[in-house]
Design a protein around this ligand. Structure first.
Ligand SMILES: *[C@@H]1O[C@H](CO)[C@@H](O)[C@H](O)[C@H]1NC(C)=O
Ligand SMILES: *[C@@H]1O[C@H](CO)[C@@H](O)[C@H](O)[C@H]1NC(C)=O
Ligand SMILES: *[C@@H]1O[C@H](CO)[C@@H](O)[C@H](O)[C@H]1NC(C)=O
Ligand SMILES: *[C@@H]1O[C@H](CO)[C@@H](O)[C@H](O)[C@H]1NC(C)=O
Ligand SMILES: *[C@@H]1O[C@H](CO)[C@@H](O)[C@H](O)[C@H]1NC(C)=O
Length: 669
């Protein structure tokens, strides 16, 4: 059965009751929202009218103070719906429990007016509705739990059970609702805080409030409840790490960023607006060296960073928010300054011995040197060295102390002094170094023997020399210094044939000039062999000697002497020769002797005079005079030959001999 028919049935039952108590009003009940044309009742039947007369009596319907929702069929007497009836439209005020359409049925001939009341029964045709789709609430996070907040209620134009019956809230761990009943039975809900809010955990809560009516089926309407949690300053600023350590290289430029402190405050607005400051724990020195930007928390370099002065800076920074009851958080920062190789190593000569004797012993300590470097690590590790080509070496005696010792024999005569450069280098990158040069002077020691340029001197002296003639200069050399170099020359005594050399020669002790003391004669003495010594004046003195060989050189100071044919001095030699002597026969042999030496004594023979040049020949080398032909009677009986013997000197010396030849007839016995 359609629902509206069920209502009509109920109305009809009521009608009989109404009719009983009030004959003037006929009562019907119909549900709202009936379809056009739906029959509500048969008025003819209900009012006891003859159906056939209705047209004739011009039956009509008046609806008082309302649109024409209903009409009557004059043929059947049926009251039917002309336009859909909305109860909530007709009776907007909720207070009236019942809603009526009052009608008058008017008939003429005779005129009859029937009052009819059509009660419009509510149907659940409206869903509860909120005035706004969204309900915004601002709730402080400090609000205690149990606090209530009224929510605007939903309205449902339906009445009675079809009206709002209750509310539901979407699932929330923070909120629930309590449904209240108002004076006129209206329902509304209070939002109740179940537990304390935390903006930092959830700043906005989106809830759905559903209003449900009591109809069957129930209808509902929803509104979103948006709870904005208002911040309170309940969070202190915090640093990501309470304990930071940063490294920065020394000599970093002013203004360079060391660290950017990012403290955070979970609150919002001024409650999270932070200022940074140093705590009292932070020393003046640290505050002077590092700048803290109060609004950004950036720490920058403000003063010189010198690792050698300060290696670690400790600071404590406080971040404070600007909330009403401001909160703060703190952080300790350790700034470690890192070493840079910015210090040159240093050399300090602790002792240096100069001058020293050139014959100083090997391994003797000449100098003690210490080295240092203010840097640390490799930058501060230093090494000392000297050039490789030096007769010295370095020996590390203790930490950073070195001894310079002699490693090879020294010789002043080769290198009189040394410029020793000590170079210290650290292991930084790039390495730094320093150097210092010391001069070591060597003292002379008499360690050199005087040296003659030659070990053997041959000196030729022309005989007949003048006494006191300078023969030679025998100069020795001594590379030592001063008295070690000052030489004295003398002849080493040696007897030759009972003659003392110093009677023959003399030497200038200071310059080595050698003189002859007498005139020498080659024909008597031809050479002398002796030694000359040069001695220095060192202590002890050193000396050396050379052999001097004096050779007397011959001069052509002797004339040839004719020894054959023998004759008394100055006289003429007379020879007899047979007339019959053959051609080529030896007539005479001239022999001359010369006491000079070889060269000066080589003799040649020549005729100075000859009577007949065709008769005799003279061998110029052996002095033999031979016949060149047989004698004839025409030849004179006496022949005169003059022979000259000439030596080879320059100028040549000579002697002559005159030979008188007489031819005889018979052979000489
Ligand atoms: C910082 O760290 C050091 C060691 O790393 C520790 O001894 C000190 O207690 C820490 N300080 C704080 C405030 O955490
Ligand atoms: C702070 O924040 C900046 C920028 O986000 C970042 O570069 C820096 O490393 C942070 N500082 C620290 C200590 O975390
Ligand atoms: C010594 O140091 C000076 C600068 O101080 C430098 O000019 C020179 O080259 C160095 N000498 C050596 C041998 O290193
Ligand atoms: C040298 O002199 C000594 C005596 O003084 C003498 O006996 C000796 O015969 C001399 N020798 C010569 C070669 O003249
Ligand atoms: C001369 O010198 C040599 C060495 O050069 C030495 O053997 C010799 O004894 C010296 N002669 C004299 C007379 O001193």
């Amino acid at each position: 059965m359609e629902s509206w028919k069920r209502y009509v049935l109920v109305v009809l039952m009521m009608f009989s009751f109404v009719y009983q108590i009030s004959t003037s009003v006929t009562h019907y009940s119909i549900p709202e929202e009936m379809k056009d044309g739906s029959v509500v009742a048969n008025l003819a039947t209900d009012l006891g009218l003859d159906v056939k007369t209705l047209n004739q009596r011009k039956m009509r319907l008046d609806i008082i103070a309302n649109k024409k929702y209903l009409d009557v069929n004059k043929d059947t007497g049926e009251l039917y719906v002309v336009e859909k009836i909305d109860r909530e439209y007709i009776c907007p005020t909720k207070s009236s429990a019942s809603c009526y359409l009052r009608l008058e049925v008017i008939l003429e001939n005779p005129l009859r007016i029937f009052n009819i009341e059509v009660e419009i029964l509510d149907m659940n045709d409206n869903a509860p509705q909120f005035r706004r789709d969204a309900i915004h609430l601002d709730i402080s996070e400090a609000t205690p739990k149990g606090e209530r907040f009224s929510l605007s209620n939903a309205v449902d134009p339906d009445v009675g059970t079809n009206s709002v019956k209750t509310y539901h809230l979407s699932e929330s761990e923070y909120f629930n609702i309590e449904v209240q009943t108002g004076r006129e039975g209206s329902k509304f809900a209070d939002l109740i805080l179940k537990r304390a809010l935390d903006r930092e955990k959830q700043a906005v809560h989106n809830l759905i409030l559903t209003a449900v009516d009591g109809g069957t089926p129930a209808r509902s309407g929803t509104a979103s409840v948006i709870v904005h949690v208002l911040d309170t300053n309940d969070n202190a600023p915090t640093f990501e790490k309470a304990n930071l350590s940063v490294k920065i290289i020394e000599n970093s430029p002013i203004g360079i960023l060391v660290i950017d402190l990012n403290a955070t405050d979970l609150d919002e607005g001024s409650n999270s607006d932070l200022t940074y400051s140093y705590s009292l724990y932070t020393s003046e020195k640290t505050q002077e060296t590092f700048n803290l930007n109060p609004s950004t928390g950036e720490i920058t370099v403000k003063g010189m960073l010198n690792y050698e002065d300060f290696k670690i800076y400790d600071m404590e920074v406080i971040a404070t928010d600007k909330g009403v009851n401001s909160l703060s958080g703190q952080c300790t920062i350790k700034i470690l300054v890192e070493d840079m190789n910015d210090n040159h190593p240093e050399i300090s000569i602790k002792s240096f011995q100069s001058p020293v004797n050139e014959n100083i012993e090997l391994d003797t300590v000449i100098a003690v040197v210490s080295v240092s470097d203010k840097d640390s690590g490799d930058n501060g590790l230093v090494e000392l060295h000297i050039p490789h080509n030096m007769p010295f070496k370095l020996r590390e005696s203790s930490d950073n102390y070195y001894q310079l010792v002699v490693s090879q024999p020294l010789d002043r005569e080769k290198v009189p002094e040394y410029d020793i450069t000590f170079t210290v280098t650290d292991r930084g990158s790039p390495p730094l170094s320093d150097n210092e040069t010391m001069t070591l002077e060597l003292l002379d020691v008499n360690d050199n023997v005087p040296q003659f340029p030659q070990s053997f001197y041959t000196i030729r002296v022309m005989e007949n020399n003048a006494p006191g003639a300078l023969l030679s200069s025998l100069t020795a050399f001594d590379p030592d210094l001063h008295e070690n170099q000052y030489l004295v020359y003398f002849i080493l005594e040696k007897e030759i044939a009972n003659t003392s050399m110093s009677m023959l020669f003399s030497i200038n002790p200071e310059n080595g000039n050698l003189y002859a003391l007498k005139t020498f004669d080659y024909e008597i003495e031809r050479e002398f062999l002796f030694h000359i010594e040069a001695r220095d004046s060192g202590s002890p003195p050193l000396s050396s000697n050379v052999t001097v060989h004096i050779i007397i050189v011959d001069q052509n100071d002797n004339a040839p002497v004719i020894v054959s044919p023998w004759r008394a001095h100055g006289s003429v030699v007379e020879e007899k020769i047979p007339r019959s002597t053959d051609k080529g026969s030896l007539v005479a042999k001239v022999i001359a002797l010369d006491t000079d030496s070889v060269h000066n004594s080589r003799i040649t023979y020549q005729f100075l005079q000859v009577t007949d040049a065709t008769l005799f020949s003279l061998d110029q080398y052996n002095g033999e005079i031979r016949t060149m032909r047989m004698f004839s009677y025409r030849d004179p009986r006496h022949q005169r030959l003059v022979v000259v013997a000439k030596d080879n000197g320059d100028p040549a010396l000579s002697a002559t001999v005159t030979i008188k030849l007489s031819t005889v007839e018979t052979a000489v016995k």
